[in-house]
Design a protein around this ligand. Structure first.
Ligand code: AMP
Length: 188
């Protein structure tokens, strides 16, 4: 079962992705986490990605596809995967479709996380104080929300054409949202 968690930065995809991966016993592919680990280790990939991340821009598609291709093709992923923060562009979504269909699989469900912009900003500023993420500054947050609207939100229509989208209200407690995610997947 392949599930995409889609929503603006700060919508809670990471937290819910971890909960869901635990419940379903499948792995989670979170490109943001993979990139932050590469930046921390100072790898060539990390150095290349850091500049984009600090500006709140998207890392180029070829770089992203380079890091996820192997993971999506792995034996572990054959059971299914939870994708968090990926795909983020139509080109990435098309590449995922191609990679999955090559092994007779597909994106089974896309859960979109709806949170008002004002709350997203409050959550990200709060997270900045706890995690110290270098891209959780007011200017970068504004840029990331803009990039989400222009580059990533069009994926909702892309997946609606495949009839796999369920939208949930992602405000409230972590448990409330986890319950809504579970209901969204009930028909799978
Ligand atoms: P995230 O933790 O998912 O919010 O990602 C943090 C940053 O990493 C983003 O603002 C982008 O710069 C970069 N990033 C993460 N995932 C992707 C992706 N799938 N495509 C392009 N850039 C990404």
């Amino acid at each position: 079962m392949n599930i995409v968690l889609l929503g603006a930065p700060g919508a809670g995809k990471g937290t819910q992705g971890d909960i869901l991966a635990g419940k379903l016993g499948v792995s989670k592919i979170a490109t943001g986490d993979l990139l932050r680990a590469a930046v921390k280790e100072g790898t060539p990939l990390g150095k290349q990605a850091q500049e984009y991340m600090n500006k709140g821009e998207l890392v180029p598609d070829d770089v992203i596809l380079g890091i996820v291709e192997e993971k999506l093709a792995s034996r572990d992923a054959a059971k299914g995967v939870i994708m968090d923060g990926f795909p983020r562009t139509i080109a990435q979504a098309e590449a995922v479709d191609d990679l999955l269909s090559a092994r007779g699989s597909r994106v089974d469900k896309v859960v979109t996380f709806d949170v008002p912009d004002g709350e997203l900003v409050i959550r990200m500023l709060g997270r900045a104080q706890v995690d110290g993420r270098s891209d959780d500054t007011p200017d970068t947050i504004r840029k990331r929300l803009e990039v989400y609207r222009s580059e990533t939100a069009p994926l909702i229509s892309y997946y609606k054409r495949q009839s796999v989208v369920t939208s949930i209200d992602a405000t409230g407690t972590i448990d409330d949202v986890a319950g809504r995610v579970e209901s969204a997947l009930a028909d799978l």
